[in-house]
Design a protein. Structure first.
Length: 76
């Protein structure tokens, strides 16, 4: 099971940047990529704030813009 969820949508250059940052700290196996377009509830929740990285164990989330250091803190 993934430890983190990256909420994104296809063609989002900020989402690509967020994924690149996340992979510097988190293993690819620990990140589940969820396209918000596939779910109306996720669209409503995240359409103006993607990319978002959410830790699954407690729901703590980082909303863009975030930096490498913030992902490192989330991973602790």
């Amino acid at each position: 099971m993934a430890k983190y969820i990256l909420y994104f949508t296809q063609g989002c250059h900020l989402c690509e940047q967020a994924d690149e940052l996340a992979r510097q700290v988190l293993s690819a196996d620990d990140i589940e990529h969820v396209d918000i377009v596939d779910d109306p509830m996720l669209m409503e929740a995240y359409q103006t704030s993607i990319p978002v990285i959410k830790r699954t164990r407690d729901g703590q989330a980082l909303y863009w813009p975030f930096e490498l250091e913030q992902i490192q803190l989330l991973a602790e």
